[in-house]
Design a protein around this ligand. Structure first.
Ligand code: HEM
Length: 118
């Protein structure tokens, strides 16, 4: 059966999704401040490869670990939940079906403990 990566439209679909997500973050007063010192190009490339890997696409994420990246950001539960909302809004925007959205969120949910309160 097709991978989740294929179901979102492979490379072009993943790029549309990540660009919509970045646009959501750029318009969100709660989350944008976390990215004040980040490079958008670096985040885009890293998030794309990580997403491709997590969704069983033909990529292997070799960047810093989730713990390494997010340590010191003091991300709270509410911030994590907000980022999930922004990702859902981005998935809606690019037309990913709700069943596929739920499978994607199920892949990301276990990462919560590596990202918050560290
Ligand atoms: C499941 C949720 C999340 C995943 C899978 C995730 C994943 C990632 C990945 C893959 C990168 C880029 C790594 C690289 O190549 O350098 C990144 C960077 C970043 N993430 Fe997350 N993240 C998540 C949640 C969050 C949350 C909730 C926040 C803040 C509220 C956040 C803030 C950041 C920031 C600011 C960067 C850029 C760091 C920099 O380049 O300076 N992330 N994240």
């Amino acid at each position: 059966s097709p991978s989740l990566y294929q179901q979102i439209g492979a490379e072009a679909g993943a790029e549309r999704l990540v660009d919509a997500f970045i646009n959501q973050i750029g318009n969100d007063a709660q989350i944008l401040p976390f990215f004040a010192n980040a490079s958008v190009a670096h985040f885009r490339a890293g998030f794309l490869t990580h997403m491709c890997d997590v969704l069983d696409g033909p990529c292997e994420y070799r960047g810093d670990s989730m713990v390494q990246i997010h340590t010191g950001m003091a991300i709270k539960e509410a911030d994590f939940n907000r980022v999930v909302e922004l990702l859902i809004a981005a998935m809606d925007e690019v037309g990913i079906s709700v069943p596929v959205q739920n499978q994607i969120l199920a892949r990301l949910a276990p990462l919560r403990g590596e990202i918050i309160k560290i």
